[in-house]
Design a protein around this ligand. Structure first.
Ligand code: MN
Length: 230
């Protein structure tokens, strides 16, 4: 073994609004099918009784809107704008109050998806990793501490491609709330400081191409902007 065997990327760190200390990421959890109109546009029934969880590796994050390289093995990369929760503490089987107490802050993220491969994997009943967990599949803006973010039912969550608005929802459309997502996730995993959770996307997902500029916003949070490059 040489030192090269241990030449790993540093931990992924995300900027924090109003702080010089970054937020070091532990794990990236994601929720699927959390806005009814998006569930319907994908041909599914929103009346499920349980959130769907999947994961991305922490180094799939692209902090602070750097360029994103169009991934190989796909012709159909889709954008999904999402509210991201950052956890400062964790634990198991959290109750409602403990779930909210565990939140450090919130950010705007985009869950990039190889939609063609996801459809193939769904048809086979196979895992989604090749559709969801590729490098640079999770651009994310700076985290705003929770005491500086006003979470309202009508808070807008939007995404534009080259200035054309494609996704236009509100956080009140989420089927599973922030506290409920953390509560249920903590029944399956012992949550830890540094874990982050992508909370699902409203309707209007669609393809992005090389050269496109993506602007994702949630009112009150740092906007996210990135360009797809070859
Ligand atoms: Mn998603």
């Amino acid at each position: 073994m040489t030192d090269a065997h241990f030449d790993r990327n540093p931990d992924t760190v995300i900027n924090v609004v109003g702080s010089s200390a970054g937020f070091p990421v532990h794990r990236v959890f994601c929720v699927g099918r959390n806005y009814a109109d998006h569930v319907r546009e994908m041909g599914n029934d929103p009346k499920i009784d349980h959130p769907i969880f999947f994961m991305k590796p922490a180094d799939a994050l692209v902090p602070n809107g750097g360029d994103v390289t169009y991934p190989p093995m796909t012709d159909d990369v889709h954008h999904e704008v999402e509210l991201v929760i950052a956890l400062k503490s964790g634990g198991r089987d959290l109750d409602f109050a403990a779930a909210l107490e565990a939140v450090f802050g919130y950010a705007v993220g985009v869950d990039l998806t190889r939609r063609d491969l996801q459809a193939k994997m769904k048809n086979k009943g196979a895992p989604w990793e090749i559709a969801k967990a590729f490098e640079q599949s999770a651009p994310i803006a700076a985290i705003t501490p929770k005491d500086q973010f006003e979470f309202e039912e009508n808070t807008a969550i939007c995404l534009a491609v080259n200035g054309d608005k494609k996704q236009d929802g509100v956080l009140g459309q989420m089927i599973w709330s922030v506290a409920e997502i953390i509560q249920v996730l903590s029944q399956y995993f012992t949550l830890k400081p540094g874990d982050i959770i992508f909370t699902g996307t409203p309707a209007g997902v669609g393809p992005i191409a090389v050269g496109d500029t993506v602007d994702a916003t949630i009112d009150g949070l740092t906007p996210l902007s990135f360009k797809m490059v070859k």
